[in-house]
Design a protein around this ligand. Structure first.
Ligand code: BGC
Length: 498
């Protein structure tokens, strides 16, 4: 059956050859995602330990937009049944959650395992499974225990062993019911944004801290992966990856290709090359560029801490699938002399002397976010040809908007990005799942509650934290039910941006 009006689609699919062309494969999993600190609240219930966000929002509230904090957030610690109900309403196959390290291990170490923490995650996981929804579990999503931060956090190489001890507890407690694991969420943001005064712990140490973190995070992930192999894989047969935030980059002009390639290595290569490439280790061009820079600046040590041959082998190949967080596409060009040099990581790279800009034809939402859905298809194809991947799972994709319930632009965002995923599947890219960011509005880090990503709106002034579906929730429920993007009653959304 060809729907009248699907002109664009019939072009991209080179002729409308039937509705099966427009259908997601039966085994494709649809989901939504959230993260512990952003939704749970209950920051000090029972024996929960303090984490770096608890400390930051209480000691430096002026650094969060609107002085928001995660003390209560969506109160999912108490309202998890409603969260599961929302997943059901949306018809989700999966729900991606994260575990709060300091809720499960109040000291940060496995000497104390919180009974209440354990019960909370057991209830959530079991509750999802009872409804036929598979939990995808992120072990660490930005909320390091303060006790470990006090000892240097991700800049201290001992973090790898502290993390593995924590991961071992998580695998032992929940591994029997979880197939998809994300060891660490977005190492790029974890390291890049925290050592350049954007995210917590909010350090200004761009030359050293972020690169120590970069290496330590990879070693921590790899050790947890190897531990899973040794102790848990034969029993539970799960799949592990670390979720990688990738923007798609294109040169702003043909002469910017070299800088764009470097930006790829800086963002994507520093976290993906050591894990997914055949040879492992740091991306070669970037390593040299950064070494030269460090030397010129009078440092005796290279920027990227060298891997030993054993470490290269330890990290290389530690994946069962690729977990991709994709939000947007940026054009890259060199900084002009008159442009300011200090930029937050989503705007450019002071280190590389590069800035990212929007194409004038794109619909833009803010200084770092524009709609260019084709970028996702290109990125998926790039990943598939660059690395040897059996499975790609999109673990985050979403758009920051305002509080309105009738969020037509979000509908168009999801429709057009899902269309590109479907096209990539037709290209032969093994994309097997998708979790929209995010199930409901939540604490958006330094932006507090001033930006909304949710399929459901949350009333943060209501003690009950009432959740209300947006238009996008209805649209997404339609997609998960029909497994198609273009049932006739949705065609109207195609015109939203015109
Ligand atoms: C993070 C989320 C965040 C989202 C939107 C991702 O980088 O994993 O925690 O809320 O982007 O900014």
């Amino acid at each position: 059956m060809c729907f009248a009006g699907l002109v664009v689609l019939s072009v991209v699919f080179a002729g409308c050859r039937g509705s099966e062309q427009l259908r997601f494969p039966a085994e494709f999993k649809f989901g939504a995602a959230s993260a512990a600190y952003q939704v749970e609240g209950a920051w000090n219930v029972s024996d929960k330990g303090e984490n770096i966000w608890d400390r930051f929002v209480h000691t430096q509230p002026h650094l969060i937009a609107g002085r928001g904090n995660g003390d209560v957030a969506c109160d999912s610690y108490h309202l998890w049944r409603r969260d599961i109900q929302m997943c059901e309403e949306l018809g989700l196959d999966i729900y991606r959650i994260s575990i709060s390290w300091s809720r499960l291990l109040p000291t940060g170490y496995p000497n104390v395992i919180s009974e209440d923490g354990k019960n909370y995650y057991n209830n959530l996981i079991d509750g999802l499974l009872e409804k036929g929804i598979e939990p995808v579990v992120t072990i660490h999503h930005f909320d390091l225990p303060q006790s470990l931060q006090d000892l240097g956090g991700w800049a201290n190489p001992l973090i790898a062993d502290w993390y593995v001890d924590y991961a071992e507890v998580v695998f032992s407690l929940f591994g029997d019911r979880v197939t998809y694991w994300v060891t660490i969420n977005e190492p790029f943001i974890l390291c890049e944004a925290t050592y350049t005064e954007f995210l917590v712990p909010y350090y200004d140490d761009p030359d050293v801290g972020r690169y120590l973190c970069n290496k330590n995070v990879l070693i921590a992930h790899a050790k947890a992966y190897r531990l899973y192999d040794e102790r848990f894989r034969s029993k539970f047969n799960g799949k592990l990856s670390l979720s990688t935030l990738f923007f798609w980059f294109e040169p702003a002009a043909p002469e910017e290709q070299e800088m764009t390639d470097l930006m790829f290595e800086y963002w994507e290569g520093r976290y993906a090359h050591p894990v997914y490439s055949k040879e492992g280790g740091w991306p070669v061009k970037l390593e040299k560029f950064l070494d030269d820079k460090a030397r010129k600046e009078g440092y005796s040590q290279p920027r990227l801490p060298p891997f030993t041959p054993e470490e290269i082998d330890l990290v290389r190949g530690t994946y069962d699938y690729f977990a991709l967080n994709h939000y947007t596409t940026r054009l890259v060009r060199r900084l002009r002399p008159e442009e300011r040099e200090v930029m937050w990581p989503l705007i450019g790279s002071t280190e590389l002397g590069a800035i990212m800009v929007h194409h004038p034809s794109w619909v833009t939402v803010n200084d770092w976010f524009a709609l260019y859905p084709e970028g996702l298809r290109k990125q998926l194809n790039w990943l598939n040809t660059t690395y040897d991947l059996k499975e790609i799972f999109i673990t985050e994709n979403g758009i920051p908007l305002g509080p309105e319930l009738d969020d037509k632009l979000r509908v168009e965002y999801y429709r057009s990005y899902l269309e590109q995923i479907l096209l990539a599947v037709h290209d032969g890219v093994p994309v097997t799942g998708y979790t929209a960011w995010t199930l409901m509005d939540n604490f958006e880090w330094r932006s507090g509650y001033t930006v909304q990503f949710g399929l459901y709106s949350v009333n943060f002034t209501d003690p009950l934290r009432t959740r209300t579906p947006r238009t996008s929730a209805r649209y997404y429920a339609n997609v998960t039910r029909t497994r198609m993007l273009y049932p006739q009653n949705d065609v109207k959304y195609r015109d939203v941006l015109k």
